[in-house]
Design a protein around this ligand. Structure first.
Ligand code: GLN
Ligand code: ZN
Length: 773
């Protein structure tokens, strides 16, 4: 008999109840007790949903008020000492201090380069290749561990009391250490392993004493290229942990096990979970290597995407495994369902056909039950509703496969017809640069901004009124034009050289384009946790992408009509649009990226025809798309840079293409950044004190660069001298003739007062430096 389970479930609730409770609590409107009660209620409902779906266990330990890694920091007693918590400070308030920092305390400790002091929040970073951000544990030689929270055990008791069979979940010790960060140069967090393990033993012993039969212990780092000591540690660690523990289900996800496959199969644990969506080809190998007495849990339902599972394809994968692995078989989503929206039930405005192609978290639980029934030979209606569910899934999958909404001949034709050189500018950079210098006649160290200006309450109110139908299209257009005119006037007064229209009309840099492209759909309630209480609602790319009409032309042309200065058109690049959406699973991601690239190219070409001389194509997400294993980097980067070049290469030499990226690690992908061949790249550098630029200098990055001279994340207005100092540093590593002067990123989250004050200083800094040239 096959068993079904899930690695985790969305925490926010069907209507994002957790978000609202958290924010009320942070505003002081509800107390800790009320927040705890809200959490309890959500867990109760979510366990009940798992029970109702026929799962063999409910999963306990996946809930978190902010982040599950932060929960482990408290469970394992390693809150960083710099928070200097007083003995009587309640656990939950310490938790939120770590997650959110203490507002007045900025990290500004003379002589301390490693952030060991001050109560600024823990750093946040992406959870593997997802858009979920976890709080980064901090490790130093002073780190001590000790069982310090009973929250997990309380939750287990809570679920048991509700009558559920419990499978507890923990992040494994190696992954926990790996995901943390050393706060002392020269210190290796791996050295903490020995002192961490006894605490894990205690946790496991306690769960066992509570009567928990299974503990799912997540070690997703088995899908990474691990240094040898880390790989080697697995066996020893799990021998030690398994001694007095419940049965351990070691779970891996997001990436092929590759060279860790045999290791994972042979660890002394009672079961292994593998991601059969990301690594379908490894299933046979796992079934071969996994000893018969162990449970094999196959992650067959996609936990990272929103498509309904094709039952026949899933069964075709599962059956040979079931035949080969004569031990116990479990089936599950590939990873935690944290990464998909809650339920389709809330989607009232998606059309019925499209909706029938989708499955969110609740629906995915239902799919497990159907797959199990068929696998166990009960499809003949023994289990209620199975035959109907199977038939409807088959019909939906077939309809999607054949739908003209998905497959459009003209899009396929366009990709097929491509010719050599269609992703290359007509002339090499040096020639373009010469032509562009004559055309724009900009001063040395030209000034510009990254695109957005403050999204004021007024702008948001106008958009909301427009969406509610209280403001008609003409009225909305007038309001946005007024905002654009305001932005242009302000930039002229500031004496900025290359202007932008300010992006007033954009809700979001991906959604704005998705709404105007064919092949995209939007949900009403498809929220996914990004970090803490923050959720995003990614668009769904369901079909071939095409651009029925220009998307930004009217706004940009209007802005240009107001000024003789060059107006920079502003677009989001194909990789970023893809990366921040749910992507179709019926063709390679690279094909979808390329379709978007051609649509963006049409927009760039239209802008050029309308007399816009400079176009920026933002690609902040290129780095995020990097596969978890190095072996995948090259093909990915080739596709990504090619897509960018397709979008940028329809124009003549006189048109200047900019790109923008806002993250701080470039050095390992500089050749690919250069291969994008943008005439100008603007990047975030101020927080790294221009250190980041050194890589560009050493690499002799060929084209022009605008290193950000001030941090837009803070309302602080930087002084002229600060920016002068940063630009001098920049000019020491990159020839000044290649440099631009601009902020780190867009200014949409700032107010006008601080924005204008900062830009006055930025322009002054540029003018000062020009005199030195
Ligand atoms: N053009 C966008 C803006 O200025 C870029 C945002 C980003 O890089 N994330 O807002
Ligand atoms: Zn940016």
């Amino acid at each position: 008999m096959t068993r079904i389970h899930t690695l985790g479930f969305p925490r926010m609730g069907a209507q994002r109840e957790l978000k609202f409770a958290l924010e009320q609590h942070w505003r002081g409107e509800i107390d800790r007790e009320a927040l705890e009660a809200a959490g309890r209620e959500l867990r109760r409902r979510h366990w009940q949903a798992q029970r109702d779906a026929g799962l063999d266990f409910v999963t306990v330990g996946d809930f978190a008020f902010y982040d599950h890694v932060a929960n482990h920091i408290q469970l394992l007693g390693c809150e960083p000492a710099r928070f200097d918590f007083k003995g009587d400070e309640p656990e939950l308030s310490r938790y939120f201090t770590m997650a959110r920092g203490v507002a007045a305390e900025v990290h500004d400790h003379p002589g301390c380069a490693h952030g060991e002091h001050g109560r600024f929040a823990l750093e946040m970073t992406k959870w593997f290749d997802t858009n979920y951000h976890y709080l980064v544990p901090e490790f130093s030689p002073h780190t001590r561990f000790g069982l310090a929270s009973v929250r997990l055990f309380d939750e287990v008791a809570e679920a048991q009391k509700a009558g559920h069979a419990v499978k507890a979940v923990l992040l494994g010790p190696l992954s926990f250490l790996w995901l943390g960060k050393e706060k002392r140069a020269g210190f290796d967090r791996f050295s903490l392993l020995e002192s961490l393990l006894p605490v894990y033993e205690q946790v496991l012993a306690r769960l066992k004493a509570q009567g928990v039969e299974w503990v799912q212990i997540d070690e997703p780092i088995l899908g990474l290229d691990l240094p040898e000591p880390w790989r080697h540690a697995f066996e020893r660690v799990y021998w030690q942990l398994a001694r007095n523990a419940p049965k351990l289900l070691l779970s891996t996800y997001f990436s092929p096990l590759a060279d860790n496959l045999r290791l994972a199969c042979q660890l002394p644990v009672a079961g292994l979970h593998v991601d059969a969506v990301r690594a379908p080809d490894e299933l046979t190998g796992v079934a071969d290597w996994l000893p018969v007495h162990k449970v094999l849990s196959v992650g067959i339902v996609d936990g990272r995407n929103i498509w309904r599972t094709d039952p026949d394809a899933a069964l075709a994968r599962l059956r040979p495994v079931a035949a080969k692995h004569r031990g116990e078989l479990w089936i599950a989503p590939s990873c935690s369902l944290l990464h998909v929206p809650f339920s389709l039930a809330a989607e009232k405005q998606l059309d019925a056909e499209l909706k029938s192609w989708l499955a969110f978290a609740v629906e995915k639980l239902g799919e497990l039950r159907v797959l199990r029934a068929v696998l166990d030979g009960e499809e003949e209606g023994e289990e209620e509703g199975v035959a109907e569910a199977l038939a409807s899934a088959r019909a939906a999958v077939a309809a999607r496969r054949a739908s003209p909404r998905v497959h459009r001949a003209e899009v396929a034709l366009r990709l097929a017809r491509r010719v050599a050189g269609d992703d290359r500018r007509a002339s090499p950079f040096a020639e373009r640069q010469a032509v562009q210098r004559v055309r724009f006649a900009l001063p040395p160290l030209p000034t510009t901004t990254i695109g957005s200006f403050p999204q004021t309450a007024q702008i948001r109110a106008a958009r909301a009124a427009f969406k509610r139908g209280e403001l008609d299209a003409a009225g909305y257009r007038e309001k946005m034009r007024a905002e654009i005119a305001l932005a242009v006037r302000k930039q002229e007064a500031l004496d900025i050289d290359v202007l932008v229209h300010g992006e007033a009309e954009r809700n979001d840099m991906v959604e704005y384009f998705g709404e105007q492209l064919d092949g995209f759909a939007f949900t009403a309630n498809g929220w996914v946790q990004s970090y803490g209480s923050r959720c995003v609602k990614p668009p769904i790319i369901f079909g071939d992408v095409a651009r029925p009409a220009p998307m930004t032309l009217e706004w940009t042309a209007y802005a240009q009509s107001l000024t003789p200065r060059p107006m920079k058109g502003m677009l989001t690049g194909p990789v970023t649009i893809l990366q921040w959406s749910f992507v179709r699973d019926d063709q390679p991601r690279s094909v979808t990226t390329e379709q978007i690239a051609w649509a963006i190219r049409d927009e760039v070409d239209d802008l050029e025809r309308a007399g816009i001389g400079i176009v920026q194509i933002d690609e902040p997400a290129i780095r995020e798309g990097l596969p978890l294993r190095r072996a995948g980097w090259k093909p990915y980067l080739e596709g990504a840079t090619r897509a960018f070049r397709i979008s940028a290469s329809g124009v003549g030499d006189r048109t200047q293409i900019h790109t923008h990226m806002c993250y701080s690690e470039f050095n390992d992908i500089l050749p690919e950044i250069a291969a994008m061949d943008a005439d100008v790249i603007t990047i975030e550098t101020s927080r790294s004190d221009m250190e980041l630029l050194r890589g560009f200098g050493d690499f002799e990055y060929p084209n022009e660069i605008g290193p950000g001279v001030y941090d837009i994340h803070s309302p602080r207005v930087p002084a002229v001298e600060e920016m002068v100092r940063l630009m001098r540093k920049a000019a020491a590593v990159v020839p000044p003739s290649k440099l631009w002067v601009n902020p780190d990123c867009g200014l949409k989250t700032r107010g006008w007062a601080e924005t204008e004050a900062a830009l006055v200083n930025m322009v002054a800094a540029a003018k000062l430096l020009r005199q030195e040239l």
